[in-house]
Ligand binder design. Structure first.
Ligand SMILES: *Cc1c(COP(=O)(O)O)cnc(C)c1O
Length: 527
């Protein structure tokens, strides 16, 4: 029993006193103050409107016979109905502002409100990328300063700020590697990707036109160095390594890997999305890495989820610096900031591979990230990494007796704890545990990834959670894990308390229904 609940009945004990929610049906179908909201099409009616428009004059149509002769088929709602609809939907959503979000690899940390305040300053939020540079010197200085911080933290000489997300940064890095190899007349065909890499890595290499080959993981969940060395050769353009990897482990052989790849004429891409675990402690530049993306929307606390916006700057080694994309911000000797926009010989960027995007970046994300860095300072960022690692190890060790942790034997983890579903009874799986966790009020962890572990569960608490919050999460996770090991049949139909029960996730992914139709039309189509 935690300190918080000592002397009081636990929630479970209270629930025993409360009537069985299943037996009690409400008149409305709502649960307490949680309103079961229908689709907007089921609510509105085309003849309703939020505004009163004057009747159209009976003048002759000027549309040349193109007048609409059918109803417009959008739901009509009053303003109050529209506001309530979206507010009710938002209450069914889970968000980092609602509770702990244990999605491993995603680094769902609290986004400080100070960052938001800074990002909304007019000088950052009300500007346009085509504005004369003289009128946006402060914004350009912000980008420049952030770039300097990233170079210092990674120990790398150059950075491209424009990539819009982690995967976009990967593409940027691989395109720079390809340009560098082509420039020396040595285009190669293969990118090696360890099994423990993030799924975007092989996707990126394939998208950039490379053949992708797997390198196996060893029994410790790390890159098999001998297998990697054995595969290196004149056809290998490079490797893409996630470090810390998706098993939540640091690759201790990283320098040896880089040296071996360089000796074989290749280049090293590091997926740095997990930089949160090592920021302030390890400089990727010291590990021989040639290119690495950083997810500002993970490590540096800019918000993410729901598809964006993100920001994935890429740092480069000296070998790749000349090939970095344009544009970027440069500081002149007189303290002015300007944009290097073209491949010109004078500024040594004649080999740039071009542009990733039209403009120079995500101003809002840059402002938030720099605010985060300045408010923490270098020592504070180091503590971010230390606390993130401490919290993950606390989860790992607190779960050890109920969940199998395949790599816990080989020592502490980094920022995320990895478990398997080995030992669950009655055919229960990771999916059932995840659904049970929803009933406990938590967004599930990352599941079935990485692939090297059976029924993988990847839990990342991040450094922004208090011990009390982590204890509560551990309590929920332990309870559901114990039920899974005992073969609790009820878990198979979880979630029981969510607005919707178990959905067909395969159908939802493979045959998404993106356009609303009358239910009868679906019935007809299905026949
Ligand atoms: C999140 C993540 C990515 C992809 O980043 P996006 O910003 O989502 O494109 C790549 N690799 C790892 C290890 C990640 O965690």
């Amino acid at each position: 029993m935690s300190m918080l609940t000592e002397g009081r009945p636990t929630k479970q004990e209270e629930n025993i006193i409360a009537p069985d929610s299943g037996a009690l049906k409400t008149h409305t179908g709502n649960r307490a103050l949680m309103v079961d909201e229908p689709l907007i099409f089921e609510t509105g009616s085309p003849d309703r409107s939020g505004v009163d428009l004057p009747a159209a004059p009976a003048a002759e149509s000027r549309l040349g016979g193109l007048d609409r002769d059918e109803p417009i088929s959008i739901p009509g709602l009053s303003e109050a109905e529209a506001v309530r609809h979206y507010t009710r939907l938002s209450r069914q959503n889970y968000a980092i502002d609602v509770g702990l979000f244990p999605l491993g690899s995603c680094t769902m940390k609290h986004n400080p409100r100070l960052n938001e305040k800074m990002a909304r300053l007019k000088g950052f939020s009300d500007i346009h990328p085509l504005q004369p540079v003289d009128s946006v010197q402060g914004a350009l200085e912000t980008i420049y300063q952030l770039a300097e911080w990233l170079k210092t933290l990674t120990g790398m000489p150059a950075v491209a700020m424009s990539p819009k997300a982690g995967a976009h940064g990967e593409l940027c890095g691989i395109l720079a590697i390809r340009s560098a190899l082509e420039a020396r007349g040595d285009a190669r065909e293969v990118i090696l990707v360890p099994e423990s890499a993030h799924g975007t890595n092989p996707a990126t290499a394939a998208f950039a036109g490379y053949k992708v080959e797997d390198i196996p993981a060893n029994a410790d969940g790390r890159v098999d160095l001998d297998a990697l060395k054995a595969r290196l050769g004149p056809d290998v353009a490079g490797v893409m390594i996630t470090n810390p990897n998706t098993c939540g482990l640091f690759e201790p052989d990283m320098k040896a890997i880089s040296d071996a790849v360089h000796a074989a004429g290749g280049l090293v891409y590091c997926d740095g999305a997990n930089f949160n675990a090592i920021v302030g402690r390890v400089r990727p530049g010291d590990l021989g890495i040639d290119a690495m993306h950083i997810n500002l929307h993970k490590t540096f606390s800019t918000p993410h989820g729901g598809g964006g916006p993100g920001s994935g700057p890429v740092v480069f080694s000296e070998a790749l610096e000349p090939f970095a994309p344009l544009p970027f911000v440069e500081k002149t000797e007189d303290g002015h900031f300007h944009l290097v926009e073209e491949e010109t010989a004078e500024d040594h960027h004649e080999s740039s591979f071009g542009r990733m995007v039209a403009f120079h970046g995500q101003m809002g994300m840059f402002t938030r990230a720099l605010t985060y860095m300045l408010s923490h300072g270098a020592d504070g960022l180091k503590q971010v990494a230390e606390d993130a690692v401490l919290n993950a190890n606390y989860v790992l060790r607190s779960m050890e007796d109920v969940l199998e942790a395949p790599f816990a034997k080989s020592g502490p983890c980094m920022h995320e704890a990895l478990f398997s579903d080995n030992g669950f009874a009655n055919g229960l799986t990771t999916l059932d545990l995840a659904k049970g966790l929803i009933d406990e009020g938590y967004h599930p962890m990352t599941m079935y990834f990485p692939l090297v572990v059976h029924g993988a569960m990847l839990v990342e608490p991040t450094e922004t959670e208090s011990k009390a919050a982590i204890d509560q999460f551990i309590g929920a996770l332990r309870s559901v894990a114990e039920r899974a090991k005992a073969g609790d049949e009820l878990l198979k139909s979880a979630p029981h308390f969510a607005p919707r029960r178990r959905l067909d996730e395969t159908q939802a992914a493979r045959k998404p229904i993106l356009v609303w139709k009358e239910p009868e039309e679906y019935a007809e189509a299905a026949e």
